[in-house]
Design a protein around this ligand. Sequence first.
Ligand code: ATP
Ligand code: MG
Length: 562
Amino acid sequence: MVQTNPSAPTDFIREIIEEHFKNNRFQGRVATRFPPEPNGYLHIGHAKSVCLNFGIAAQYKGTCNLRMDDTDPSGETLEYVDSIIRDVKWLGFDWEDRLFYASDYYERLYEYAVQLIKMGKAYVCDLSPDEIRDYRGTLTQPGKESPYRNRSAEENLNLFERMRAGEFEEGSRVVRAKIDMSSPNVVMRDPVIFRIKKEPHYRTGSQWVVYPMYDFAHCLSDSIEGITHSICTLEFENNRPLYDWFLGELKVYHPQQIEFARLNVSYTVLSKRRLIELVEKGEVTGWDDPRMPTVSGLRRRGYTPEAIRDFCARIGVAKNDSIVDVALLENCVREDLNERAPRVMGVLRPLRVVIDNYPEGQVEELDCPYHPQNAGMGFRKVPFSRILYIERDDFMENPPKKFYRLAPGREIRLRYGYFIKCVNAVKDPKTSEIIEVHCTYDPETRSGFAPDGRKVDATIHWVSAAHSLPAEVRVYDRLFRVANPMEGGSDYTKHLNPNSLEILKSCLVEPSLKNAVAGSRFQFERIGYFCVDPVDSSDKALVFNRTVTLRDSKAKITTKGS
Ligand code: ATP
Ligand code: MG
């Protein structure tokens, strides 16, 4: 029996697996699979399933296969396959040599259908798709048997062969399992198992014109691969009897299907169909738009695989659907980046500061640690000079009582630098906008403390005007304005947040960021976590994405002592 780690997470799925260890259902073996259909990019819901399947395999020293569930030529592409492979790898999981394709099983699946026909358990049905629907009945009314249900096995075999040969049009005939048209479970009312589709498939080209349906292909793919626990989302609960029926009738190796609640996250949508729409309608710039809940979007936004895995571990698995607060996801990346992101200084909305008594032309290189709690991350030099930029909202001409930052007559500390005291502010004569602030500095305070012991209320970040680098910063907000965009009808796009992206073009960052690597992540002190945009950033024009703010925006932000 497999030894389990007592500190490992436990849930109803792991309980079922451990029950199987006790009754020796699979001889102590655990083999799971992650079976995406390559008709879209993976999203955070898929990540939950990836973490669950690969996590269970690792915990019980089993295996997890990556299987492209590619049984529908429409919408499946190699681009999607490649993106899925990249994303699962990036999430940190390894399927070794077990990358499989349901499309590799077409011949075997065809043979299984032939076998059912020979057993009198399947038949070719000539009803139209509409008629099939009408004959199916409803939840309260039993279905009606198809007039083609009692064809002989010979006739069925002949027709199925000719279906495969391309003799018939799409929709003119299907193969159906012969189960029970009056079953209380609608799924069991002679479900379709093969249909005609004359579209080329991204892998098999025009080799096939009959394609197996999901319910038929999935259980048999699991069986072919020797999967023990076939974990899927709750909407397949009603399909489990069908999963078991196919495997039972065909007398083949029989995995256990287990359903869990799919992940929903607030302020976003997680259905591939909706995500495709957002991409196609241009509501976002692509699958990897940093506002998208896709793995590629989160990666571009600056999320780490560790943060996503942590999120998936924290939400756990349950049997009832719920919506997880997106703030929990944000908090996972915030906590992870707090540990690992080097601190740097960047000013998003610059205000010019002139230090009147600082010698013109003088430059000091200040030693600044990359992490306040982790000296191992080292130091960098940050140039300090007479003209600096600070954040526009770190200055107020007529501050209210609770404003602790720079204001006329007030002294503050520059991060890693001197105390400066504001003398006056210069305004644009036309607009009255403050364009420059004049200060004096105290040369005795370079240590960050005044020898006479006087204190300041705030420490603010800054960059040196002559040394800073221009940068574009993309500030993201939630994609939707409401927690559940799907509530109250399907026109979810009306809930899109028009302010989900703010582009700040005149930001300034410290010179150490000159050669920042694409995708690398930083904390801009006092502002948030940012990552070098892997697509649009270059040596000539730095572009940063805001991954997440320093604190939950709902939590109250105070500036005193910050
Ligand atoms: P969608 O509903 O977004 O189109 P899907 O279920 O059709 O998704 P698949 O490619 O078939 O997408 O999904 C692959 C695996 O990921 C399946 O096992 C499915 O159960 C799981 N999965 C998909 N969406 C979620 C989700 N929101 N939460 C948890 N698991 C999910
Ligand atoms: Mg699916």
